[in-house]
Design a protein around this ligand. Structure first.
Ligand SMILES: [Zn+2]
Length: 288
């Protein structure tokens, strides 16, 4: 098991500093480390590091953790990284970046397709690395890329070291500080178990085996969503109701369409056009 420590605002694994690649996307001094944020990269490890070191990204994180637990540090822990964007928590408004450490976990996030041919940006994702789950913000069950045990163990060990070094008050997901805008690290990340392991005092023994969330069975029957009434029925069935099923896309139906479009990653315009109807039909087919 790797021993993670923090010294001089750098992360060490078994006494050796982890690879450091300086990102130009960096803010001011962190006066107080109040929060630790977990994210998923929506991309692969090496490509995510490249991107977060590119000035055009206008984004960074303190650490990127790969699927095998390999780590690269991009920003020293005493400087703000640009990981959370517009975000808020408690009395922190605007952005939590000035008071937080951000860990990007290499993971493809939410996926497209259906069993046997899940994809991420055209890359095939094997079924045994996919879980069907609902996001806690609501919406239908959809496919998410799972996190390997080695990666979860590394993030826990690193997070415990950071908590011990900086007295971090709370461990949160990006989805917690930017609800409605962000869904990472998502339902495949076992946050309750991770939080319990990280926020336990360092002297207490921790042995909680990583466990992915319960899978959600899929409904096999394909659905068709054509008419405004079909749209309303689908929205209600997927938990965006209650709505009156009258075929009139008024303000309440339009608001439900917007919420669905947000969760489904579509353009949020409140108009149940062909793309939105197709996504509703897919979501209905997947739901239980
Ligand atoms: Zn994020």
């Amino acid at each position: 098991m790797t021993i993670w420590t923090v010294e001089g605002h750098r992360l060490f694994a078994d006494g050796c500093p982890v690879p450091f690649r300086a990102s130009p996307n960096i803010g001011g001094k962190i006066a107080e480390h109040r929060l630790l944020l977990h994210h998923f990269t929506s991309g692969f490890y090496a490509g995510s590091i490249e991107w977060l070191c590119n000035p055009a990204a206008k984004a960074s994180a303190h650490l990127v953790v790969g699927e095998g637990g390999e780590v690269t540090q991009l920003v020293p822990f005493d400087r703000a990284a640009w990981h959370a964007g517009k975000s808020a928590w408690g009395d922190i408004t605007g952005s939590v970046n000035p008071v937080s450490i951000g860990i990007e976990i290499a993971n493809l996030g939410d996926l497209d397709g259906s069993p046997g041919h899940y994809t991420f940006a055209g890359h095939a994702v094997p079924d045994d690395r996919v879980i069907m789950a609902r996001h806690k913000a609501g919406g239908a069950a959809r496919p998410w890329h799972t996190y390997p045990a080695a990666q979860i163990a590394a993030v826990i060990g690193i997070s415990r070291a950071l908590q011990a070094a900086y007295g971090i008050h709370e461990l949160l997901g990006h989805e917690d500080v930017a609800p409605g805008r962000k869904v990472d690290p998502g339902p495949a990340w076992p946050m309750d178990m991770v939080r319990a392991a990280v926020m336990t005092p360092a002297t207490a023994p921790v042995f909680i085996p990583p466990r992915p969330p319960e899978p959600v069975a899929e409904a096999p029957v394909p659905n068709v969503v054509e008419t405004p009434k079909d749209v309303q029925r689908a929205l209600v069935a997927l938990g965006y109701g209650p709505l009156v099923i009258d075929g009139d896309i008024g303000p309440a139906s339009e608001a439900a369409v917007r919420r669905f479009q947000l969760v489904a990653g579509l353009a949020v315009d409140g108009d149940p056009g062909p793309k939105t109807r197709a996504a509703l039909a897919r979501a209905m087919t997947r739901r239980t």
